[in-house]
Design a binder for this molecule. Structure first.
Ligand code: NOJ
Length: 963
């Protein structure tokens, strides 16, 4: 957001509150995008259009590693310009296609992938390329027959599965890599013999499809800003088609539906392409292709048999058109301002494969600190230490759980981050300790702009180290932000990294550099405004011709900029203690790779029902793109939501991987305890439900951190063949738990219509009412009065919860569990539970408990059991750490040895048991007859409650239910 409005937004938001679209460029306002879209229009109009790019067959060289080949590429329209193609097949079947200009006048930016990739991918040594007259091809493995074919003329890359086209690069011939040229002074026209003017051929002739004039090649002025463009034109256009795939998802961040609506073709839903250019968009629209704070250039295409994808490692301004030439296929056109072609083709074929393949590239999400899955209370601003203390007191008086209190920019003297305003925060360490005393944390904001006053040690040291961003003339860049005249650390400069780490140390360092000695290791960090947001810059950001470390222009690296900042902050917090504790860093700007370092939120949403609804879709899109730890400001950042909206927003927010309430400085206070009844109790119940379900969330995060599977999942991920649900994005699943939720996001709603997929029964989470399984899914109408949340358990699932409310999540550590066993039609069910200390990295060394929970029918007995999962799944137990052995009674497991299961509820049992025993011991139980899981009718299910059945969650156990 851009500036503090002095007009208090004390009433509900007026309808007119909306983005200033004029602050941001549309495609037609940018020369490179105009050129890219014009190219596709010209190609479309010309029936003979054929891509001018071709592979020089004689140049193909297969590398000694067999997995890759290189070849020269030529453009028939620029025969003297050389391009190089490089194609590699990774161990997991991912195909990397790279193309760059060779021996060009300058160098294109080629480092985006190196920031995004978690490590250099392993290549497949068993690939055999066959070079033919017209193409080079190789089978890339997998259970299916997957083949990559690079056609020579024109250049076209196709991934086939079972002979069917899955992903095609340059199939429509829109590939165009604008080569570097010289800027020649325009020649004076000469006068010919007949007196007419003759325009001399310029030394830089343009291919006809590049248009009639040099459109914005060497300089571009937009509003009051002139971009000097010293490198000239260097854009990259590429079409990527997904034949036979009718839905595309991904490329966050946009406020739009999950299955991306079209931007091109007949009757397209939007006119503007999706844009990726990290931006601080004030009062953004709830339905738009405009770019927002972060970018992850990954796109998935899906049909009932296959999921495929691409990751386009580009970090410059990028526009993406989406069209469906027919209902079964998808077409995309990517136009980027600069950078090399570096596309990773993800062959799938299942959603789980895609997430694994993408995770192998950019890394899986970090396993968050357990406390960070609790409730976060934020506002701009809690104004003093006393304010923080009294907010905490009010939460405790009302018995509302909360784990984290947040401080926005007003804690910092003159917005000089790291420097407390001692008038209002005279005792920051004591204040933090008061919060820590209740096993809670603080999160404090540190923005990237540094106030340019030499009395500010952080700025002064950055100047001395020479790590600040530079203008095109190599001077310190000065811009305007919260702190007034400001400078920005250039985190591309490795010299800044150790220094940045030092700032977060809580003890004075020996080298005399500034350290945040009046903070504690319970203070975690919020990195905001890191797009970067610059109030007086073009599109509220940095000039594109600014220079970063290595000589790259800001235009080349813009979308990565924010990630480097939060990455470095995460490293700094990790280095703060020995042994390290899991850092929590919230970032607003992000790129592929950010998920390795923290959480994100969807920025400055509005307190409207539309924003509440689209926030869910945005968080789902982020989850698909690997960044599961995401959420939206509960209540909306701007405006004053009425109590009904706030209650519904909390009910939605508790199902967001990151759950934080936040509000603009001009809004009324809206902490849950301020609500009147019945709203206060409704919100309290919602927050308590989040805490009850923390075992489910944490288990889902473990899975995400090792498999790349999203924490929250849309239908197509869980039921990839159920075409009727490919576009559903207002209900979703939590991890692999079998829980399906449909948050209510409509004013005045008293019921909800929910699609229940699959053929198994679904149980209402609260009433346990059974919705009988149908052969192919069904839609049911359920009551959803204000206090009710449509939440269901799929038959066949076991859900572990903790049902005792506490003030904060660490205080629940030794609380007993409850299991809900929702039987399927075969009277069986399964689930998982993962537990570790939640704060250190000791889980990477095998200090955790990971249990399989099972109910299985054996004759006339249902066996309910728990066994260790880690010993038999060492390779996937912990991300990246490749455990070689695991001891189920490790030290951590011992610490929770006494944590019991206080109740097991079994839903849908076919008949009343004759006895329930654990070993020889008879257990105490109650049975209420009702509908069985296999019945074809709805109603109250049979319910069996077993009291105190298990004395230790971390050990094997078995219970027999004799029918
Ligand atoms: C913009 C952020 O998006 C918002 O959450 C924050 O409150 C303000 N900056 C002030 O720091």
């Amino acid at each position: 957001m851009r500036a503090v409005s002095s007009l208090l937004l004390l009433v509900a938001l007026p309808a007119v509150l909306a983005v200033k679209t004029e602050d941001f460029k549309t495609c037609s306002q940018q020369a490179f995008c105009r050129r890219g879209r014009a190219l596709s229009e010209r190609a479309e109009k010309d029936p003979l259009w054929k891509s001018p790019y071709s592979v020089v067959a004689s140049s193909v060289v297969i590398d000694s590693d067999h997995a890759s080949f290189a070849a020269a590429v030529k453009s028939s329209l620029y025969p003297e310009i050389k391009f190089g193609l490089d194609v590699k097949v990774h161990e997991d079947g991912v195909v990397r296609v790279k193309m760059d200009e060779v021996d060009g006048l300058r160098k294109r930016y080629d480092e985006a992938a190196s920031w995004a990739l978690v490590k250099e991918p392993k290549i497949n040594p068993n690939i055999k390329w066959t070079v033919g007259k017209q193409d080079i091809r190789a089978s890339v493995g997998g259970a299916d027959d997957v083949e990559i074919v690079v056609a020579f003329e024109p250049l076209k890359v196709t991934l086939f599965r079972n002979g069917k086209e899955q992903v095609v690069l340059n199939g429509l011939g829109l590939l165009h890599m604008e080569h570097f040229r010289t800027k020649d002074a325009p020649k004076e026209p000469e006068v010919g013999e007949d007196g007419t003017q003759v325009v001399l051929e310029t030394p830089n002739p343009r291919a006809w499809f590049e248009g009639d004039e040099e459109d914005g090649y060497w300089e571009e002025t937009w509003r009051s800003w002139t971009d000097s463009k010293p490198k000239g034109p260097e854009s990259l256009s590429l079409d990527i088609s997904f034949p036979n795939h009718g839905h595309v998802y991904g490329i966050p961040q946009h406020a739009t539906r999950l299955s991306l609506p079209t931007t091109a073709g007949e009757n397209s839903y939007y006119d503007e392409p999706y844009r990726l250019w990290n931006s601080d968009v004030f009062e953004y629209l709830a339905d738009s292709t405009m770019s927002l704070y972060g970018s992850i250039p990954v796109l998935y295409a899906h049909n009932a048999e296959s999921t495929v994808g691409i990751f386009n490692a580009i970090s410059s301004d990028t526009y993406i058109d989406v069209a469906h030439p027919d209902t079964k296929s998808s077409f995309t056109h990517w136009v980027s301002e600069s950078g090399i072609l570096d596309v990773f083709i993800l062959p799938g074929p299942t959603p789980a494969d895609i997430f694994k393949q993408f995770g192998n590239l950019v890394g899986n999400p970090a396993l968050p600190a357990h406390w960070s899955l609790g409730y976060h209370q934020c506002r701009w601003n809690y104004v003093s230490s006393e304010d923080v203390r009294s907010v905490q007191k009010r939460f405790d008086e009302e018995d509302i759980p909360v784990d984290v209190f947040w401080l926005d920019i007003e804690y910092a003297e003159d917005h000089k981050y790291f420097i407390w305003d001692k008038k209002t925060f005279p005792d920051p360490v004591e204040m933090t300790n008061d919060v820590s005393a209740n096993a809670r944390k603080m999160v404090v904001i540190v923005d990237p702009h540094l106030k340019r006053v030499t009395s500010y040690p952080v700025y002064k040291e950055a100047v001395e180290l020479d790590v600040l961003s530079k203008t095109k003339d190599n001077n310190e860049y000065e811009g305007w932000c919260w702190s007034g005249s400001s400078a920005w650390v250039d985190f591309f400069n490795p010299k800044s990294w150790d220094w940045w780490k030092g700032l977060f140390k809580t003890t004075q360092s020996k080298n005399g550099k500034y350290a945040w000695t009046d903070s504690t290791s319970d203070v975690h960090i919020w990195n905001d405004m890191n797009e970067p947001s610059i109030f007086n810059g073009p599109e509220i950001s940095m000039p594109r011709d600014n220079i970063h470390y290595g000589g790259w222009e800001h235009r080349d690296v813009h979308n990565i900029n924010g990630m480097l900042f939060s990455n470095q902050t995460w490293q700094a917090l990790k280095a703060r203690t020995d042994p390290p504790q899991r850092p929590f860093v919230l970032t607003r700007s992000f790129y592929a790779g950010s998920q390795r370092f923290g959480a994100m939120w969807t920025g400055d949403n509005l307190g409207t029902w539309e924003h509440m609804a689209v926030g869910i879709k945005m968080v789902l899109a982020n989850n698909l793109a690997g960044f599961s730890f995401s959420g939206s400001d509960v209540g909306g950042f701007f405006g004053n939501p009425d109590p009904e909206m706030l209650a519904r927003w909390y009910q939605a927010g508790i199902f967001s991987p990151f759950f934080r309430a936040h509000a603009h400085i001009d809004t009324k206070r809206r902490e849950p305890y301020l609500l009147d009844e019945p709203y206060k109790s409704i919100v309290k119940d919602a927050i308590r439900l989040r805490y009850n379900m923390l075992p489910v969330w944490y288990t889902a995060f473990r899975e995400a951190s090792t498999t790349g599977l999203p924490v929250i999942r849309p239908h197509f991920v869980v039921f990839p063949q159920d075409e009727s649900a490919f576009a559903i994005d207002d209900q979703f699943f939590i991890g692999s738990s079998g829980l399906l939720v449909k948050p209510v996001t409509e004013k005045g709603a008293t019921k909800a219509s929910v699609y229940l997929p699959g053929n198994q029964p679904w149980y209402d989470y609260f009433t346990h009412r059974i919705h009988a399984g149908a052969s192919k899914g069904r839609t049911v109408d359920v009551v959803a009065e204000l206090h009710q949340i449509p939440l269901f358990i799929r038959g066949g699932s076991i859900i572990a919860t903790k049902e005792r409310p506490r003030r904060s999540s660490p205080l629940m550590k030794f609380d007993p569990y409850t299991l809900r066993v929702a039987l399927d039609q075969d009277q069986s069910a399964q689930g998982e539970l993962y537990v570790d200390d939640g704060v250190t990295f000791s889980h990477e060394k095998g200090q955790f408990v990971w249990r399989s929970l099972k109910a299985q029918k054996q004759g006339e007995t249902i066996k309910l059991s728990s066994h260790d999962l880690a010993s038999t799944n060492l390779a996937v137990a912990v991300d990246g750490a490749a455990l070689t052995k695991y001891n189920p009674s490790n030290n951590f497991a011992k610490t929770i040895e006494s944590v019991r299961i206080e109740e097991i509820v079994i839903l849908g049992l076919a008949s009343k048991p004759s006895r329930v025993i654990a070993g020889k011991e008879q257990l105490e139980w109650d049975f209420y007859p009702g509908v069985a899981a296999s019945a074809k009718e709805d109603g109250a299910p049979s319910q069996l409650f077993i009291k105190n059945p298990v004395s230790s969650i971390s050990q094997d156990w078995e219970i027999s239910i004799d029918l």
